[in-house]
Write a protein that binds this ligand. Structure first.
Ligand code: CP
Length: 300
C-alpha cells in the first residue's frame, strides 16, 4: 500500500489481501469495538452510492469513530469550482482518512499523491473499486472455502464495470478460469485481456448467456452502467440483454453462488433472490466487515 492509501487492488500483495480477509472474519465475529475512538473519517462521494458509502460509515461508527463528508458533491464547494486538489488539502486538515468516490478515472490516485492522510478509493469512473473487490474475494472464499482454481463467469457490462476490472486483477493470485459473457458493445477492454494473457490466466469470451455457465463456481452478474454511456440510445439497445431467472440455474453446479456488486436493475429477476445460490445481499453485508478491516489497516 502506497502511503497507507488503497487506490488500486494492485496496491496490495497477495499476503496483504489475505490479511485483510482474515481481519474481516474477526470483524464479522465481533463488529462492535472502540478502536477508532477519537478518529475522524471523511466520506467524499462525487458519484451516487448506497452500499459503499453507508457500509464505510457504519464501519467507522461501529469502531467508535466519527464520520464527516458529503454524499452529493452539489452540496460541497466543488460546485463553486473548487479543485479536487484543494478539496483534498482541506479535508485532510479535518480527517484522519478519506474515502472517496469520483467519476474521473485516476482521481483517487491523484488525491493520494497530494494527501497527507490515507485515501481509500471507493470507485473512480470505470477504473477500480478495490474495497468492492476485497468484499467479493471475502464472499468467494466464504462460500467456496477457497480462492484457488475456481471457474468464474462474469456477465454483463464488462467494459465499464470497475468491479469486474478490479476482481480480474485480484484473482491473478489464485489461478482462476474466467468466462466473460458480454454483448460485443460491452466486452472486456483489451488491456484487461492483455493482463490475463501476461499473467497466464485462462479465459474465454462469448455473447451467449443461456446454458453457458453450468461449469461455474461463481456467476458474477453486473448492471449495464447507464451513467458511462455518451449515447443513451446505445444503452437502450443493451440494457436488457441478459436477465437471469431460476430456470437458467437448473443445470448449474450445486456449489454455484451468484454474486452482484449491486445495485441491480433487471439483470437478475426477483424470483432468484430466494434461490440458495443467490448470495448478493450477504455479499453486500460482508462489505461492512471488509471495510472495517480496510480502515483498520489504513489507520494503523
Ligand atoms: N457496489 C457498489 O459500489 O454499490 P453502491 O454504488 O451502492 O455503493
Amino acid at each position: 500500500m502506497h502511503n497507507k492509501s488503497l487506490v488500486s487492488i494492485s496496491d496490495l500483495s497477495k499476503i496483504e489481501i489475505l490479511e485483510i480477509l482474515d481481519a474481516a472474519e474477526d470483524f464479522e465475529r465481533n463488529p462492535n469495538r472502540k478502536t477508532f475512538d477519537g478518529k475522524v473519517v471523511a466520506t467524499l462521494f462525487f458519484e451516487p452510492s448506497t452500499r459503499t458509502r453507508l457500509s464505510f460509515e457504519t464501519a467507522v461508527i461501529r469502531l467508535g469513530g466519527s464520520v464527516i463528508g458529503f454524499s452529493d458533491a452539489a452540496t460541497s464547494s466543488s460546485s463553486k469550482g473548487e479543485t479536487l486538489h484543494d478539496t483534498i488539502r482541506m479535508i485532510s486538515c479535518y480527517a484522519d482518512a478519506i474515502v472517496m468516490r469520483h467519476y474521473i478515472e485516476g482521481a483517487a490516485r491523484a488525491a493520494a499523491e497530494i494527501s497527507p492522510v490515507p485515501i481509500v478509493n471507493a470507485g473512480d469512473g470505470a477504473n477500480q473499486h478495490p474495497s468492492q473487490t476485497l468484499l467479493d474475494l471475502y464472499s468467494i472464499r466464504k462460500t467456496q472455502q477457497r480462492l484457488e482454481n475456481l471457474n468464474i463467469c462474469m456477465v454483463g457490462d464488462l467494459k465499464y464495470g470497475r468491479t469486474v476490472h478490479s476482481l480480474i486483477m485480484a484473482m491473478a493470485h489464485f489461478n482462476p478460469t474466467f468466462k466473460f459473457i458480454a454483448p460485443k458493445e460491452l466486452q472486456l477492454p483489451e488491456k484487461y485481456k492483455d493482463f490475463c494473457r501476461q499473467n497466464n490466466i485462462k479465459f474465454t469470451e462469448t455473447e451467449v448467456f443461456t446454458d453457458n455457465f453450468n461449469d461455474a463456481d461463481i456467476l458474477y452478474m453486473t448492471r449495464v452502467q447507464r451513467e458511462r454511456f455518451v449515447n443513451l440510445d446505445e444503452y437502450e439497445q443493451v440494457k436488457d440483454v441478459y436477465i437471469l431467472n431460476n430456470q437458467m440455474l437448473m443445470n448449474s453446479k450445486p456449489n454455484l453462488k451468484i454474486l452482484h456488486p449491486l445495485p441491480r436493475i433487471n439483470e437478475i429477476l426477483p424470483e432468484v433472490d430466494s434461490s440458495e445460490k443467490a448470495y448478493y445481499f450477504q455479499q453486500a453485508q460482508n462489505g461492512l466487515y471488509v471495510r472495517q478491516a480496510i480502515l483498520t489497516k489504513v489507520l494503523s
